[in-house]
Design a protein. Structure first.
Length: 455
């Protein structure tokens, strides 16, 4: 890729969040070949935060090695000046949150077979990541997504289901640790152990997949309080109502699957994502439920209004402005693969890298959950918010990592505190004042002597 000097042409802006912006672009290859890609651009004000940049690069470093049909593929990572870019597979579709909301607005509930199919595809992607091993010695890398939630599940117009954003994962190839006290993930999709300050493993992802299955089947939120603290308390308690009580049409066997995936004790859950996938597949077979990716694709196209590209009808002037804003940056794009190891350590991992870094990093925690448990305990002394629930059933947009970083960015914009003067400067000032005092005394005496003589 470095030899080809691949360039990217921005088409339009797809989305933006607290950490990055997503653009749709074309990769211009050799001999006029083009490929549609998505480019994640780190927000400019965060490039001054070395820790965030390192975490952004860690996401790319890990994602470069995830190659599965149910995971969004990362092609390249690069830098233009002080701005970093992640070049990813472009998924022409919608995320699961938009998918569910749009169908509800159109009074078209997600059918049982469709909910099962989507969850099965999520399980396939998770199983691949959870079971990934070092290509050198076959040692497990212990990858955990940690943020399996509707916004991070993409559905394409062809019915593909793909997980995105493994940047919050815990893996032996991580080179940066998270600040203690930062809960990385949406509170409504935490596992009970994460909400209780216990170190998580891959079974936290299985719990999150169970939440998604429950919400797809019922069209309602499972853990959603009036405040962040109340939401976390609901997750801790992990009370899951029976699906049969909410909808008698749901097969009893499916309720058993959901209850097991959502068991408060992780030892009682499915121990692997493959195990959960197989249970759902068996249920489809037993009840003669037929569903394919084509069925999901039809629904996605319905959500998108059957407009390829979604934003293809965006105003031409707007697209021109967007192109002008970042054209220079993209034009200076340099793949970090072509320059070797970056200062932040982001580069494609070789088998030796995976083995060596796994050995040194397996001994340290990616997150110290004890500290943010204390934060929730402290919150318990604060009375719950009296703010009524919003009319929408959308989850509270809480990304503790982003809020923490935004706070860092805000703090960095304040004038720095005044530093105490070095002792040498103070000593020099004292000597100067002493010399001036002595000189003044001498001059006064000299003038006095002249006055006496003149008298």
């Amino acid at each position: 890729m470095a030899a080809l000097e691949q360039k990217y042409r921005i088409i339009d802006k797809l989305d933006s969040g607290g950490m990055a912006e997503i653009y749709r672009a074309e990769a211009e290859l050799i001999q006029g070949m083009k490929k549609k890609v998505a480019i994640k651009r780190i927000l400019p004000h965060l490039t001054k935060n070395a820790k965030f940049v390192a975490m952004f690069l860690d996401e790319a470093r890990l994602s470069l090695h995830l190659d599965h049909a149910n995971i969004v593929h990362v092609f390249d990572i690069g830098r233009a000046g002080s701005t970093y870019f992640l070049v990813m597979e472009y998924v022409d579709g919608v995320n699961l949150r938009v998918f569910g909301r749009t169908l509800r607005e159109r009074n078209r509930p997600i059918r049982i077979a469709e909910a099962i199919f989507i969850t099965m595809e999520i399980c396939k992607g998770l199983a691949y990541a959870h079971e990934m091993v070092s290509p050198d010695d076959g040692r497990p890398l212990h990858i955990v997504h940690r943020d399996v939630s509707p916004p991070n599940v993409l559905l394409s117009r062809n019915g593909e289901v793909k997980l995105v954003d493994f940047g919050l994962a815990k893996a032996a190839s991580q080179v940066e640790q998270t600040d203690p006290g930062v809960v990385k993930g949406k509170f409504s999709y935490l596992s009970p152990e994460a909400a209780s300050g216990i170190e998580v493993d891959h079974r936290a992802d299985i719990f999150a997949a169970g939440i998604i299955l429950f919400e797809l089947l019922t069209g309602r939120r499972l853990f959603f309080g009036e405040s962040d603290y109340q939401t976390v308390e609901l997750v801790r308690q992990a009370y899951v109502p029976s699906l049969l009580q909410l909808d008698p049409r749901i097969p009893a066997e499916l309720d058993v699957v959901a209850q097991r995936a959502l068991a408060r004790d992780r030892e009682a859950r499915y121990q692997t994502a493959n195990e959960m996938h197989d249970a759902l597949a068996q249920l489809l077979f037993q009840h003669g439920l037929k569903v394919t990716s084509q069925d999901i694709g039809k629904l996605v196209r319905r959500c998108r209004g059957d407009q390829p590209g979604g934003t293809a009808n965006q105003d031409t002037r707007t697209r021109g402005v967007i192109n002008n804003l970042i054209r220079d940056e993209i034009g200076k794009f340099t793949s970090l693969e072509s320059v070797g190891a970056d200062a932040m350590g982001a580069r494609p991992l070789s088998p030796d890298d995976l083995a060596n870094e796994s050995a040194s990093l397996m001994q340290r925690d990616f997150v110290d959950p004890r500290s943010w448990t204390n934060e929730f305990v402290a919150l318990s002394s604060v009375p719950p918010s009296s703010t009524p629930l919003p009319e929408t059933d959308e989850p509270p947009e809480v990304f503790s990592l982003e809020q923490a970083l935004e706070g860092t960015a805000d703090a960095s914009s304040q004038p720095p505190p005044r530093q105490p003067l070095p002792w040498r400067r103070v000593a020099a000032a004292v000597l100067i004042f002493a010399a001036l005092g002595a000189l003044s005394t001498y001059l006064l005496r000299w003038l006095g002597v002249l006055g006496d003589r003149g008298g």
